[in-house]
Design a protein around this ligand. Sequence first.
Ligand code: UDP
Length: 314
Amino acid sequence: MPKKKNVVITGGAGFLGSHLSDRFIKEGCKVYCVDNLITGSLKNIRHLSKDKDFEFINHDISKPISIKGRVDYILHFASPASPVDYLKYPIPTLKVGSLGSHNTLGLAKLKKARYVIASTSEVYGDPEVHPQKETYWGHVNPVGPRGVYDEAKRFAEAITMAYRRYHNVDAKILRIFNTYGPRMRINDGRVVPNFIYQALHNKPLTIYGKGNQTRSFCFYSDLVEGIYRLLKSNQSGPINIGNPDEFTILQFAKMVLELSDTKSKLVYRSLPVDDPRQRKPDITLAKKHLKWKPKVKLKVGLQTTIDWFKENIK
Ligand code: UDP
C-alpha cells in the first residue's frame, strides 16, 4: 500500500483553500488546514471537521510553524485576496506573502516536501500585453494601494525561485486569474459577490468606471483541477491557470441581471486606483504540459454560484 500523502494547505479555510481541502481529502490524503481566519471561515470546513484525516490549525502563517512527522505537499494559499480585503489588511497581506512564504518554504525544505505558491494575475499589474503570457514581466505600481498585494506576491515568486535554485526545493509557481464560485464571502468586495448580493436584494449593481475593463472568470472546480494537475506534474511554472473567456464588467453585470430574478438596475461609481483595464490568461502552457483547460462556461458557473448564494445569505 502506498503511504497516505500528508498535505499542508495554508488558507485552507478560505474560498479556494477549502475547495482544495475537499479535493485532497477526496484523493485520500491527510490534510493540515492552516488558517488564522481573518478572511477565511470555519463555515467553509465544518463538513470536514469530523474527518479523521482533516486537522484544522488556527495559526498565522506569517509566524513560523512546526508540523510533526512527514509532510509531502505544501500549498501556500493564505492571503487576503480581494482588493477590498487587502486594502483593509495591507500589512498582514505583505507579511503573509513574504514571511508566510519564507516560513512555508522553510517547512518544505525541512520536510523535503513538494511546494506550490498561489501567485496571481496581479503580478501582471495593469497589463500592456494582452492576453498575458507567463513570460510577461508585468506593469505593477509598487507604491499604489494594490502594491501591498502585488508586491507581496512578486516577492513570494522571487523567494520561491530562490528556494528552488539554492535549496533544491521542488517548488512550483501558479498564477491564478479571477476565480469564483460557492464559498466566496458575500461581502468580500469582489465583483462576483457584489453583483450577486445586489441583484438578490434588488439593489443597483455598482459598475466601477465605465464598465469597459475586462476580466476572465474561472469556475473554482476548473481551477482546483488545474492546481491538482500542476502539483502532480513535473512542471514548476510560473504557469497561468484561468479561463480565457473574456468579458467586460458591463457584459458581466448584464449576465448577472439575466440569471437572477431581479429588479436591479445599474449605477456607475468611480474606478478604483490602478484597476487593471484588461485581463485574460494565455493558457498555452497549461494546455500543453498539464493537458488542462477549463470546462465550465461562465453562464453555467454563475448560475450555480447565484443559486448557492440564494441558499447561503439568508
Ligand atoms: N468592480 C465593479 N463593481 C464592483 C466590484 C468590482 O465594477 O462592485 C470591477 C472592478 O473595478 C474590477 C472588476 O470589477 O475592474 C473586478 O474586480 P474584483 O474586485 O472582483 O477583482 P480584481 O480583478 O480587480 O482583482
